[in-house]
Design a protein around this ligand. Structure first.
Ligand code: PLP
Length: 359
């Protein structure tokens, strides 16, 4: 079977070149006579893969020496709990900005550990925009400020940060490595791997070293960020194959010209799709144009009764997983780094033809 254009929000499409390389190395990694899945995580071979993944990520995101890079087991949802458990220790509260479903999940989990101050929310307007920092009052005595700069379900994205001395903790699960960021502006960046990094099972966590002093001994051993840093993310057996795949994705990104080159492509892809949606009366996107996500593009059809037909016909045309999240319905095209412009163009061509047939 030939590969199709996969618009899944996660686990998402991986670059074909990465999958081919992994396939070629599957039975015998670099002459070791075993696959990466079969070697000890303490072997020199795997240690070299881990070191390579960290070094490449450091280069790609220009991460300073004052940050630790951790590969944490689990998903970004694991971090929703680990962040307050590690960082709110000794503080009365933590500030959270509420821009959609994933911020809300992070807020609900944090409430189990600390007092959550929701400093801004666009919930009343169905999360169709991102609150302006000038309208947000931060509590400078809080432990940190948590943001979700790309809401994967709602399709909102923002990159401007407030002026504050609070450590900014950002869930970049669906935007990491898709655009340039200034890591030095953040206390913690975390991102589940299964969108722009690799397979599910690991979370990248980039944490400013001074914050590790907050991680208390009462934390479970494998949850303690300071402990993870001390043991180079290997307090116990890490998901070795996921880390190996992440290293291959980082290598591919470097070959593409790095994050700046990806950002230019991502901008062009998102512009083409939003421009097409905006000029059509048949399709619509509800998000304020300045807050629209470059990675996740939700859209609706003027006639909702055509949704099932749209999904069946798009799937048959080799455009996979265009259904919106089950909580919101409609359609959603996730166009992460691995989605080429040709895939976006194929989607636009399909949407045009569909509109002609049914509009
Ligand atoms: N945060 C964001 C922005 C996400 O998009 C997701 C998943 O799609 C999560 C958190 C949760 O990730 P996981 O399922 O890996 O826990």
């Amino acid at each position: 079977m030939s590969r199709v254009y996969n618009f899944c929000s996660g686990p998402a499409a991986l670059p074909e070149a990465v999958l081919k390389k992994a396939q070629a190395e599957l039975l015998d990694w670099h002459g070791a006579g075993v696959s990466v899945m079969e070697m000890s995580h303490r072997s020199t071979e795997f240690m070299s893969i881990l070191a390579s993944a960290k070094a490449r990520l450091k280069r790609l995101l220009e991460i300073g020496d004052d940050y630790e890079i951790l590969f944490v087991q689990g998903g970004a949802s694991t971090l929703f709990a680990q962040i307050p458990a590690n960082l709110a220790n000794g503080y009365d509260s933590a500030c959270y900005l509420d821009t959609g479903a994933w911020s809300t999940k992070a807020i609900n989990e944090a409430k189990k550990y600390t007092n959550v101050k929701v400093v801004g929310s666009s919930k009343a307007d169905n999360y169709t925009y991102v609150p302006k920092w000038s309208d947000v009052a931060l509590d400078e005595s809080a432990a940190y400020l948590h943001l979700c700069p790309n809401e994967t379900i709602g399709g909102l994205e923002f990159s401007d940060l407030p002026e504050t001395d609070l450590p900014i903790v950002a869930d970049l699960s669906s935007t990491i490595l898709s655009r340039k960021i200034d890591v030095s502006k953040y206390g913690v960046i975390y991102a589940g791997a299964q969108k722009n990094v690799g397979p599910a099972g690991i979370v990248i966590c980039i944490i400013r070293k001074d914050l590790l002093a907050r991680c208390d001994d009462s934390l479970p051993t494998i949850w303690n960020f300071a402990n993870l840093a001390k043991h180079d993310s290997m307090v116990n057996t890490p998901p070795t194959f996921a880390i190996y795949l992440a290293d291959l994705v980082f290598e591919w990104l470097e070959e593409q010209g790095g994050v700046a080159a990806m950002e230019a492509i991502n901008q062009a892809k998102a512009k083409a799709l939003y421009d097409f949606i905006d000029q059509s009366a048949f399709y619509a996107n509800p998000i304020a144009p300045e807050n629209r996500s470059r990675m996740n593009v939700p859209f609706t059809l003027a006639d909702e009764s055509l949704e099932a037909t749209f999904l069946a016909e798009s799937e048959a045309a080799g455009l996979r997983t265009l259904a919106g999240h089950r909580s919101v319905g409609g359609m959603r095209a996730s166009i992460y780094n691995a989605m080429p412009m040709e895939g976006v163009q194929a989607l636009i061509d399909f949407m045009k033809a569909f509109e002609k047939r049914y509009g």
